[in-house]
Design a protein around this ligand. Structure first.
Ligand SMILES: *[C@@H]1O[C@H](CO)[C@@H](O)[C@H](O)[C@H]1NC(C)=O
Ligand SMILES: *[C@@H]1O[C@H](CO)[C@@H](O)[C@H](O)[C@H]1NC(C)=O
Ligand SMILES: *[C@@H]1O[C@H](CO)[C@@H](O)[C@H](O)[C@H]1NC(C)=O
Ligand SMILES: *[C@@H]1O[C@H](CO)[C@@H](O)[C@H](O)[C@H]1NC(C)=O
Length: 464
C-alpha cells in the first residue's frame, strides 16, 4: 500500500476530532498524528527521567535535582544519566542501548528532527547520556556499570528527589570484565560522535576516543557482564556478547572508516551467527547489525536484512488490530523497534511497499489507529494512558509525602509524563490503563528510543 493511502486511512480511523497540541510542544498543530509534535513530546519524556543536577533550561517543571552524590561512596562522580524504567537504578547496559538507538535514529533521519525543530532538544537528550558515560569510564579498562541496588529500590514508591536508600555502585574492569556493556557503549559513543561532528567537533573526538578504548576493553577482556554484576543479572541478564561485539565493531567502522574495524565486524558477524534469530532490543542487537551492515557494505548483507524483516512481517503473531506482536512485556516497544528496522530496509529499496506499510502501521497503532481507539502515548492524542507505572509522575507535588498509596490508588497520575510510550496491549489488543500492571504500563528510556527514530522517519513523509 502507498504511504499516503495508509496515512489517509489513519485519519479516517482516528475520526475527524483534531485536538490541540498540548504540554511542552504546543507550537504544533495537534493530532491526530502531528508527527512533529509527537517527536517533540517523545524527547520531553527523557527530561522527566533525568538523574542528577538539572539544568536551568529543564522544561519538565515537576522534577528537581536528585541522586547528586551517586558514586561518592566509591570516590567517583557518577552524578547524571537517566533513570531506567519503573525505578531509580541506573543500568549502563540498557542506557547504553538507548544512547546508541537515539543516535542511530538521528543519523538516519536528521531531516525529521530539523523539520520538527528538535535538533537542539535532541542533542541535549543525547548529551545527557554521553556526558554520563564519559564520567563513568574512569580509566581505559574501567566502566561504572550500575548505580543503585535494584532490590532496595523496588521497595520504595516515591520520587527520586526523596530517595533515602543506599546507592551502591558496581564496576567492570580487567579482573571483573563485562563485554556487552563495553561494546554497547563503544557503539553508542561512536554513533554519538557522528551526531556531534558538526556542532561540537572537539566533543565528538572525545566520544570517539572513549569508544575505541571501550571497544578494546570489551574485546580483550571477555565475559558476560551480568555474571560479574550479579545485581544487574536479575533485571537485565544478557544472553551473550557476540551481537554487542559485532555492533560495536561496525559502528566504530562507520565512525572512523578504519578497515580494521570492518574486518573485525565481518569476522564477528559470522562467528556469532548474527544473520539469524534476529530481533532488536536492549539485549539483542542482531537486526540492528543486519541493517547497518546492509547499509554500509551491501551485497549479501542486503539479503540477510531482507530475510530478517520478512520474518518480522510474516513469522510472528499479528494482533487482530494489526500490531506486530513479538512479546508481551512492552509489546509496543518491540513493534516500534522492528518498525525502525523495516524502515531502514525500505530505505535500501528492500520490499519497499510491504516494509513501509508494516512500519507505519506499527507507529499509527501506538498513536491511536487500534481497536481500542486510543493513544498509547502519555499526554498526547485520544484517550491517552493516565496511570503509567512511573514513580515520579505518580507522586503528588514535591512537598507532599508520596508512598505506596499512590501506587495503589485508582486515581490518575498527578503529573503528566508527556511523550512516554507505555508497554502496550496483549496479543488480542486488550489493554488496561492500570499502574499496578507494569507489563502493560511501564515506560522506559529504551522503550522510547525506537519511538523517537520512527517518529523522525514519519515526520519526513508527513504531508504538511
Ligand atoms: C524514569 O522512568 C521510570 C519509568 O520508566 C519511572 O518509574 C521513574 O520514576 C522515572 N524516573 C524519574 C526520575 O522520573
Ligand atoms: C576490579 O573491581 C573489583 C570490584 O570492585 C575490585 O575488587 C578489583 O580490585 C578491581 N580490579 C582492578 C584491576 O582494578
Ligand atoms: C523531597 O525533596 C525535595 C528536594 O530536596 C524537598 O524540597 C521536599 O520537601 C521533599 N519532600 C518531602 C515530602 O520530603
Ligand atoms: C488494577 O489491577 C489490579 C491488579 O490486577 C486490580 O486489583 C485493580 O482492581 C485494578 N485497578 C483498577 C482501577 O481497575
Amino acid at each position: 500500500m502507498e504511504r499516503r493511502v495508509v496515512f489517509i486511512l489513519a485519519l479516517l480511523v482516528a475520526g475527524t476530532s483534531r485536538s490541540e497540541a498540548v504540554g511542552y510542544c504546543s507550537e504544533y498543530g495537534g493530532s491526530p498524528y502531528d508527527y512533529r509534535e509527537l517527536l517533540c513530546q517523545s524527547l520531553v519524556f527523557y527530561e522527566a527521567n533525568r538523574s542528577g543536577k538539572l539544568p536551568s533550561d529543564q522544561r519538565v517543571e515537576w522534577r528537581y535535582d536528585s541522586a547528586v552524590d551517586d558514586g561518592a561512596a566509591d570516590g567517583v562522580d557518577l552524578e547524571g544519566g537517566y533513570y531506567d524504567a519503573g525505578d531509580f537504578v541506573k543500568f549502563a547496559f540498557p542506557m547504553g542501548f538507548t544512547m546508541t538507538f537515539l543516535a542511530w535514529g538521528y543519523i538516519s533521519y536528521e531531516d525529521g528532527f530539523v523539520q520538527a525543530g528538535q535538533v537542539e532538544y535532541f542533542e541535549k537528550t543525547l548529551r545527557w547520556a554521553t556526558d554520563y558515560f564519559l564520567k563513568s569510564h574512569t580509566a581505559p579498562t574501567t566502566i561504572w556499570a550500575q548505580v543503585g541496588d535494584s532490590d532496595l529500590d523496588h521497595t520504595f514508591w516515591d520520587r527520586p528527589e526523596n530517595m533515602t536508600m543506599a546507592r551502591p555502585s558496581f564496576v567492570l574492569n580487567e579482573t571483573n570484565p563485562g563485554t556487552e556493556v563495553g561494546a554497547e557503549l563503544a557503539a553508542g559513543l561512536a554513533a554519538s560522535s557522528m551526531v556531534f561532528q558538526r556542532s561540537d567537533p572537539a566533543y565528538a573526538a572525545t566520544l570517539l576516543t572513549a569508544a575505541k578504548e571501550l571497544f578494546d576493553f570489551a574485546n580483550t577482556y571477555r565475559a558476560v557482564y551480568s555474571d560479574n554484576i550479579p545485581e544487574g543479572d536479575a533485571y537485565y541478564t544478557s544472553s551473550g556478547y557476540g551481537d554487542e561485539l559485532t555492533w560495536g565493531a561496525i559502528w566504530l567502522y562507520r565512525a572512523t572508516g578504519d578497515d580494521s574495524y570492518r574486518a573485525l565486524a565481518e569476522q564477528f558477524y559470522v562467528e556469532f551467527n548474527v544473520a539469524y534469530g534476529a530481533s532488536f532490543n536492549w539485549d539483542n542487537k542482531k537486526s540492528g547489525c543486519n541493517a547497518v551492515f546492509a547499509e554500509l557494505l551491501g551485497g549479501e548483507y542486503l539479503t540477510f536484512l531482507q530475510q530478517n524483516v520478512a520474518e518480522f512481517r510474516n513469522n510472528y503473531v499479528t494482533t487482530p488490530g494489526g500490531l506486530h506482536y513479538f512479546s508481551q512485556w512492552g509489546s509496543l516497544r518491540h513493534a516500534l523497534n522492528h518498525a525502525f528496522i523495516a524502515f531502514k530496509a525500505a530505505d535500501l529499496g528492500i520490499d519497499v511497499d510491504a516494509n513501509v506499510e508494516f512500519a507505519e502501521r506499527q507507529v499509527n497503532y501506538a498513536l491511536g489507529t487500534n481497536p481500542s481507539d486510543r493513544s498509547y502515548v502519555v499526554g498526547v492524542g485520544k484517550n491517552p494512558p493516565t496511570h503509567c507505572h512511573h514513580r515520579a509522575a505518580s507522586c503528588p507535588d514535591i512537598d507532599v509525602p508520596c508512598g505506596w498509596t499512590y501506587f495503589d490508588t485508582p486515581d490518575p497520575n498527578p503529573h503528566i509524563l508527556y511523550g512516554a510510550l507505555v508497554g502496550g496491549p496483549d496479543e488480542n489488543d486488550v489493554y488496561a490503563d492500570n499502574r499496578t500492571n507494569f507489563v502493560q504500563n511501564e515506560v522506559a528510556t529504551d522503550y522510547n528510543a525506537g519511538f523517537v527514530g520512527t517518529l523522525a522517519r514519519m515526520v519526513i513523509n508527513q504531508p504538511l
